[in-house]
Write a protein that binds this ligand. Structure first.
Ligand SMILES: NC(=O)C1=CN([C@@H]2O[C@H](COP(=O)(O)OP(=O)(O)OC[C@H]3O[C@@H](n4cnc5c(N)ncnc54)[C@H](OP(=O)(O)O)[C@@H]3O)[C@@H](O)[C@H]2O)C=CC1
Ligand SMILES: O=C1CO[C@H](CO)[C@@H](O)[C@@H]1O
Length: 339
């Protein structure tokens, strides 16, 4: 064990945990207005990505939040110290998130560059010629001229839609799909970086074979893979592979959404802390009034190697987000082929 000194606090760090001192100290460069000696909340550290940009290690998940509540939730989150916000065109809340950020900038609580804003390209924009319009649609909704991270939401393309429709058309209750190669979609996303529309790009819901194949063709190695990750689904092979390519894992459903068999008093903090060795995590605070403030208070303690070992032993390859609606898609990441 050795100790590092963070903003006057002494934090014990087991030597086998891979957050280095610089990662911890990087957070000093971000203003944390709610942090003061009287109101001590250890600030969120940043993780340096393979392109040198920094991502706050904890963000606000926003899927499923009622749009009418979204503005207030995001404003409260910013007051609490959240500086990373995760959304998607699919979530239909980008406008409200953009409005909340705008109001906080106007109140001089933050500047645009203090916020790490993440959104996602939906399947119906996978055709390379449509990628830029998917991105511009999100930028317009958010009211910004760039996002910090733009993610391919899934490797599964779907037919382009007209007007404001997002979901793919269906036939016999099943969404139609296209066989657009996710490599081609990715190459078009690389152009968005060159155009300055996003600072970093990444992927979600890729399996290891798809990622390996993508890496054969990329000019820009993805900065992050956003994937389901909690103690019941640790995906060690995939996370090890990403580590080798310096692709940061962002853990979604870190509390095991929507079923949380482990929910208990301090359990959520332990679950959020578990991936902190090197991953970012984006819990959704849900309806509990205290959850948002609690979930950000995980940077003043460490798990012991024994804790981590015990959590790792829980892995049962339980996946909650199976994308069964897209079964049969040629690029389905999780469907077990029928023998
Ligand atoms: N890229 C992708 O494909 C996906 C990305 N995501 C992203 O990841 C985010 C997080 O995943 P999500 O599926 O929302 O699930 P989470 O694992 O973050 O679980 C969220 C639920 O956990 C409960 N909760 C939160 N904090 C606490 C706490 N401190 N104590 C007790 N319970 C708590 C709340 O439930 P309750 O409301 O009942 O209190 C909340 O709704 C999403 O919001 C989204 O931004 C998610 C899925 C897929
Ligand atoms: O991000 C997401 C939130 O949850 C949705 C509902 O299953 C997913 O489809 C999506 O990937």
């Amino acid at each position: 064990m050795y100790k590092i000194n963070l903003l006057g606090k002494s934090i014990a760090k087991p030597s086998n945990i891979a957050i280095d001192v610089n990662t911890y100290l990087a957070c000093r460069r971000r203003p944390f207005l709610s942090f003061s000696p009287q109101n001590e909340v250890a600030p969120v550290p940043c993780i340096t990505m393979n392109n040198g940009c920094e991502m706050p290690a904890l963000g606000l998940g926003t899927w499923g939040v009622e749009p009418v509540e979204m503005v207030n939730i995001v404003k409260r989150a910013i007051d609490c110290g959240y500086r990373h916000i995760d959304t998607a065109l699919l979530y239909r809340n980008e406008k409200q998130i953009g409005q909340a950020i705008k109001e906080k900038i106007k109140e001089k609580v933050i500047k645009r560059e203090d916020i790490f804003l993440v959104t996602k390209l939906w399947n119906t924009f996978h055709d390379p010629k449509n990628v830029i319009s998917g991105c511009k649609k999100s930028l317009k909704n958010l009211g910004v001229d760039y996002v910090d991270m733009y993610l391919m939401h899934t490797p599964m393309g779907a037919p382009a839609q007209k007007d404001d429709k997002i979901f793919a058309p269906t036939k016999n209750g099943k969404p139609l799909f296209t066989d657009t190669d996710y490599v081609c979609t990715w190459r078009a996303m690389e152009d968005l970086v060159k155009k300055g529309l996003c600072k970093s790009i990444g992927i979600c819901n890729f399996n290891i074979k798809q990622l390996e194949r993508l890496l054969e063709y990329v000019e820009i190695v993805p900065q992050t893979l956003q994937m389901e990750h909690h103690p019941y689904l640790t995906q060690k092979e995939l996370t090890g592979f990403c580590r080798a390519y310096k692709i940061i894992i962002t853990c979604y459903a870190p509390l095991g959404s929507p079923n949380r068999p482990w929910a208990g008093k301090d359990t959520p903090k332990i679950l959020l802390k578990d991936p902190q060795a090197s991953h970012a995590t984006i819990p959704n605070p849900g309806k509990g009034k205290q959850n948002m403030a609690d979930n950000i208070c995980i940077f003043d303690f460490c798990l012991t190697p024994q804790d981590i070992e015990a959590l790792d032993a829980l892995n049962a390859n339980v996946r909650y987000f199976k994308f069964t609606g897209s079964n049969g898609h040629p690029h389905h990441p999780f469907e077990t082929p029928k023998s």
